[in-house]
Structures are given as C-alpha cells and as structure tokens.
Ligand binder design. Structure first.
Ligand SMILES: Cc1ncc(COP(=O)(O)O)c(C=O)c1O
Ligand SMILES: [Zn+2]
Length: 425
C-alpha cells in the first residue's frame, strides 16, 4: 500500500518516501517504511491470500505501492518451503542411545526448517533485493552500490540485471567462488577487496557521491527490510497463523531478524495475530560473534569484532549497522544469542544433508547447532515449536566446504562416499 512516511528507528523523525532516502540525516538511524495499516484492518484478511501468487508478492498490500504502469522486479522469490523436520534436529540422543533418525513418535514434531535455499540466487537475500531494486526502478535510479559478504551481492546483481540498472558490488576477495561468478554473469561491476565487509562498506561510502551511486548497503535504505519481512508473514501463514515458540536466525547484518519482527508488529496491527511473539534467537559463528558478546555483556550495541574468521561467509560481519535493533529484539522477545564453531557447523550440514535431504548453507546449518545447544540447556523443550532458518543453499559454498573439510580432516579417507575412482574406462 502507499507508504505514509519513513520513520527513523532511533529518533522517530518522519521522512518522505517520495524520493530515495538512505538513513536518518539527524542521527544515522535505520529508516522503516510505515503504512496506514489501520485502514487495511478487516479489509485484508488471511483467507484473502489463498490462491495468490506463490512468491512473497502475495503480500503486495503490505509492500510499497507501485504506480499503475509499474511492476515489481521479481524472479519468483519467497514462499519457500516450511519443512517439518524429519529428525527434529537430533537435539538429544534417543533413549536407546542411537543418533535420532526420522522421527516415528511426536518427540521432535515441533521442529521446522524454513528453506530459503530455494530462492532465486540461492539465498534469502533475493527477497530484500527484489523490493530494493523495485523501488530503485520506481525512483528512476540508474546505479546501485553495495558491500556484500557474498549473497547480497549476487542477489543485487541478478535483480539489477532484470531491471536494467547498473550494480556496483564490493566483496571480500575470499568470498565463495559462486558469488564472484554469479556477479560476473549478471553483468555487475565487481571490486574484490583485501579485507572484510566493513572495509567494503567504507569504500562504497567514500566513492558513492562522486560516482552517482545509490547506496543499498544493509539497513542503509528502507526497502531490503520490507522484502525480508515477508519471511515473518510466511512463517505465520505456513503455520496456520499461529507463531512458533522460537525462531532461530543466522545473524550477520541482522536484516532477516529485524524484518520478521517488523512483520509481527504489522500483523498484530492488521488483527491477524495477537500479542504473542516467538523467542528470537540469533546464531553467529564463534569466529565472529559480536551480538553474542554484546548480549552477554548486557550492552545495547555491539563492539567491532577483531579478526573475524569463519567459513560461514554471511556471518563474517564484525559490526552490524542495526545492532541496536537486533539486541532490542532479542531482549523484548526473551530470546538469546548462541555461537557455533565452524566444526559444529560442518557437522550440522552433514546431519541435515544425510538425514533430511537438506543441503544447507553453513549459515543455515548454524541454526541447527543453536537448536541443539538450546535443547541441551533446557531453553527449548521437546514440545516447543521452533523454526530453524536455512538462509541459503550449500551449492553456493562448494569451494568453502571443501576447504573447511580439509582443514578439519587434512588427510580424509579417499573418496569415502563415492566408492573410489575406477578407471581409466
Ligand atoms: C546465507 C546467509 N545467511 C545469513 C546471512 C546473514 O544475514 P543478515 O545480514 O540479514 O543477518 C547472510 C548474509 O550475507 C547469508 O548470505
Ligand atoms: Zn533519527
């Protein structure tokens, strides 16, 4: 629907959505799009959604309104599967001591995997870029720029290509090969940086005015959040408009978490859900866990993490721009933050792949590590409904996974799963 105004999440300042905006000019706060949802209440009901397009654009009324002659820039993103987990994450050993396989009882019936790996460009980043590029086209912007840990860059490149807009992407030089390759094929201008995403962000900030780029960095424009909030609408719709007890989300810049929380507030305003909320859980890599550290220290913002290192590239964010929003959500929802080591993540990938048929991105598999830890600590009980987000596909990380395997096991038994190589036939 029509955006009423953009609101600063720090000082509450209102800005017009009639022209492109980045952050609050007063205090640098993140801007949220606000709508007159009260006028929609009662008119748009959950049952109106049935039969609509199986993409996130089924929620068009709660996304920015376009002119009659405009269409969203879409590649079919969203409305991804909500899989009832077959083995419940194998959180606890079975009574007979065996590793849980497919559950035959209701012991693990509450665990779901929201599989974002099926999105265009293989990650949930597609959702945010679909709306951000749609709005960039609406405003007549010609050149977009963003720093990226990898997948956001790939998604920006794809949607910019579909919209006929230039994309300028700055990525660490050691991102997965798939991210470099996809950006190249989508026709983006790519700069590989000997540093982290924070260094890439600085480069975009330094050059954007001179180059005439509009900055679509994480949380530095209001519309990637709008795309990602659709995950919150989908969780509710796919679970019959009853939110789960917990949501575990791999958190780098935090847009997924922030977007879903916004969706829950909007759905309450629309009268679609009540005031209940899931416990929101951030999972980060042990080699880069600024939010975990800040939460443990009782801080409302994070400190820059020195020496960030993990093969879960999307979690290699040493300081999130919206850290104050993430920490606020964790507190308000009585959630928590958990760290997963690269070894634990690799084992969780193997577990999901071999027992569920889900080949998850390392970031996504970290959700399973967090779930196991939170079951073992008693934070979640067997009967709690918990949604574990797999934010991307492992197919984008094959080089990283192989390198990580070698690190974990320098001399792996030859071709364990492929029965050796027989030749030369
Ligand atoms: C697969 C994957 N999961 C999670 C994240 C973290 O997302 P966010 O920045 O929204 O916290 C990223 C970011 O690059 C990612 O690519
Ligand atoms: Zn402000």
């Amino acid at each position: 629907m029509r955006i009423s105004y953009l609101e600063c999440t720090r000082c509450g300042e209102h800005l017009s959505a009639d022209r492109p905006q980045n952050i609050c000019p007063k205090d640098g706060g993140v801007l949220f799009a606000r709508y007159d949802l009260a006028s929609l209440k009662g008119k748009l009901r959950p049952e109106n959604l049935s039969g609509r397009v199986a993409s996130m654009w089924r929620y068009a009324e709660v996304l920015p309104e376009l002119q009659r002659n405009e269409k969203p820039v879409t590649l079919g993103e969203g409305f991804t599967p909500m899989l009832a987990s077959l083995c419940g994450g194998g959180a606890l050993p079975r009574q007979d001591g065996a590793e849980p396989r497919h559950h035959t009882s209701r012991e693990y019936a509450g665990v779901y995997i929201k599989d974002e790996g099926l999105n265009p460009t293989g990650s949930f980043k597609a959702r945010g870029m679909s709306v951000a590029v749609t709005m960039a086209k609406h405003y007549g912007l010609k050149k977009l720029a963003a720093p990226s840990a990898g997948n956001a860059g790939g998604a920006l490149a794809a949607y910019a290509a579909a919209a006929g807009i230039e994309a300028h992407i700055f990525m660490p030089k050691d991102v997965p090969m798939a991210n470099r390759m996809e950006c190249d094929y989508y026709g983006a201008h790519v700069t590989l940086v000997d540093g982290l995403i924070s260094d890439c962000g600085r480069m975009v900030a330094e050059r954007k005015d001179k180059e005439g780029w509009f900055d679509v960095s994480t949380l530095k424009e209001p519309f990637r959040v709008e795309g990602k909030k659709t995950m919150g609408y989908e969780v509710a719709e796919q679970l019959g408009w009853k939110l789960p007890q917990g949501i575990i989300y791999p958190t780098g810049g935090g847009v997924g978490m922030i977007g879903m929380w916004k969706a829950f507030e909007e759905m309450e305003e629309l009268g679609w859900i009540g005031s209940e909320r899931p416990k929101m859980i951030t999972v980060q890599a042990a080699g880069c866990a600024p939010i975990v550290r800040a939460l443990e220290a009782g801080k409302s913002a994070s400190e820059m993490w020195a020496g960030a290192a993990t093969f879960a590239a999307g979690l290699r964010v040493p300081k999130a721009y919206g850290d104050y929003l993430i920490l606020d959500i964790l507190k308000k929802s009585q959630g928590t933050a958990v760290a997963a080591t690269d070894e634990e993540i690799l084992a969780a990938m193997r577990h999901w792949a071999s027992l569920e048929g889900v080949f998850a991105a390392p970031e996504g598999a970290a959700s399973l590590v967090a779930y196991r830890k939170l079951r073992a600590s008693g934070f979640f009980r067997a009967e709690d409904k918990v949604v574990l987000f797999n934010t991307g596909s492992a197919y984008k990380y094959l080089d990283m996974i192989e390198a990580q395997q070698k690190k974990a096991r320098p001399e792996p038994p030859a071709a364990r799963n492929i029965g050796g190589i027989i030749g030369p036939y």
